[in-house]
Design a protein around this ligand. Structure first.
Ligand code: ACO
Length: 426
């Protein structure tokens, strides 16, 4: 491609520089376009717009590739641990043994919450959705940890990142305990990240939680699979919130709010509900017909970026089988429905034509249910894992000298200026 793109507008030709990444599509730099043409570009949903430069995650949706700092997600899920991946996302390189031990120690020793923070949960109704609690509680972190809210101080930025990665499982487990009416369980420093989280969720005063290596590994892997995903809706929300200079805890709360939607992080809950609604394999054709009649969508299918099998879905499917076998649910009827639904959809022209493949959420609901989580917790678990991606992307943005407040423009189609009409004359 040439080094500049040309746009003719209003009898004028404007040269726009073409930027090249290390891989992926070239990017037409339109930053000067408005100044030179007096026109905006229009791209609701950002289907053709790169909103930032980033070195963290690369996705080739057509090839089904997902790389974190250059490492394929399948390899990280197989060989890495969640904290190893967290370090990689935050720092750009995999840690050596000492760096790993130090990082693990730092995260482990930041898992506790301020004692007063626990009272915050009592303000929520008992039947509050755990995501509602998460949105509020994570935002409230900025009221407790003033010494890590100065975004201009690199050390404070790193401390806030550590605090968020460390405290998110504790907050999530408390949201779960509050939702189920059980007492809070404090973190323990002798357990791994995933072990600690599962224990805080499933231990009760009458009976401690016993670690199970298969289930712990599955939890850790699920965290790795959801750790980052380039400029998705919630990450873009975090960046946009952060672009105004808001503190990192407030920005992550904004990301959690965005993640909650059924088209994003809420999809795994919806996918499980859908499998339950279908119930048995014989009802699949009728359900598929409803999708084709556009009465509803096949949840856990399709992706804005992947027009091929989501590489995370491959690992998730394997993990799903391992977990179900471990908990003695290998014959789970919902797994049978999922597998048959996937088989039929992948051979059906409607789905082939639209390049609709299972995404990471298709199998995650069944897996999380087998781990013992109710559907209301699924998006919460996603938020725990994605926190490192959000904070790494936020940090990258703050450290980018070219960053400015995010302020999109619009195509205005409303009324022109008109005179105000008093109420008795309307
Ligand atoms: N089931 C049936 N048809 C679908 C689905 C689906 N899940 N997804 C897209 N389509 C169809 C649309 O109807 C449309 O068909 P048309 O061209 O005949 O009108 C075509 O595929 C393109 O759909 P868009 O909505 O333009 O695709 P977009 O990229 O905007 O949507 C999205 C991506 C939101 C993820 C969509 O596929 C969807 O709603 N999937 C279900 C929800 C889901 O699983 N979300 C999880 C995403 S992964 C994540 O957040 C971790």
């Amino acid at each position: 491609m040439a080094d500049t793109a040309k746009i003719s507008i209003g009898g004028k030709t404007i040269d726009l520089p073409i930027l090249k990444g290390t891989t992926g599509p070239d990017v037409v730099d339109i930053r000067k376009f408005y100044a030179e043409s007096d026109a905006f570009t229009y791209d609701p949903g950002f289907t053709s717009t790169a909103s930032c430069e980033s070195k963290i995650t690369y996705i080739d949706g057509d090839a089904g590739v997902l790389l974190h700092r250059g490492y394929p997600i399948g390899e990280l899920a197989e060989k890495s641990t969640f904290l190893d991946t967290c370090y990689l996302l935050l720092h750009g390189e995999l840690p050596n043994a000492k760096q790993y031990a130090d990082f693990e120690h730092t995260i482990t020793y930041h898992t506790m919450l301020h004692e007063q923070f626990d009272r915050f949960f009592q303000g929520f109704r008992r039947d509050a959705h755990p995501m509602a609690i998460m949105t509020g509680a994570v935002g409230a972190l900025s009221a407790f940890y003033h010494d890590s809210t100065d975004i201009n101080d690199p050390q404070q930025r790193m401390i806030s990142a550590h605090r968020l990665i460390a405290k998110m499982p504790t907050i999530a487990a408390r949201a779960f305990k509050y939702f189920t009416g059980q007492p809070f369980v404090h973190p323990r420093n002798d357990l791994s990240y995933a072990e600690n989280f599962l224990r805080m969720c499933f231990s009760v005063p009458a009976e401690d939680w016993k670690p199970n290596p298969v289930l712990t590994r599955a939890m850790d892997r699920i965290f790795i699979l959801h750790a980052d995903h380039e400029q998705n809706a919630s990450t873009s929300t975090v960046r946009l919130a952060g672009s105004s200079g808001a503190n990192p805890f407030a920005c992550i709360a904004a990301g959690i709010a965005c993640l909650w939607g059924p088209a994003h992080g809420g999809a795994n809950e919806e996918a499980l509900n859908m499998l339950k609604e279908i119930g048995t394999v014989d009802r699949i054709p009728e359900y598929i017909q409803g999708v084709k009649d556009r009465r509803y969508r096949l949840m856990g299918f399709g992706h804005r970026v992947y027009k091929n099998y989501d590489p995370r879905a491959t690992v998730m499917q394997k993990t799903c089988h391992e977990v179900l076998a471990e908990v003695g649910d290998a014959d789970d009827p919902l797994l049978k429905v999922a597998m048959e639904l996937e088989r039929i959809a992948l051979s059906d022209e409607y789905f082939i034509e639209r390049k609709l493949y299972p995404n990471v959420d298709f199998y995650s609901g069944i897996t999380l249910r087998a781990l013992g989580f109710p559907a209301e917790m699924f998006t919460v678990l996603f938020a725990v894992a994605r926190t490192v991606g959000w904070i790494s992307q936020w940090k990258e943005m703050i450290e980018d000298p070219a960053y400015k407040i995010g302020r999109p423009r619009q195509l205005y189609t409303g009324a022109l200026q008109r005179a105000y009409v008093p109420v008795d004359k309307r």
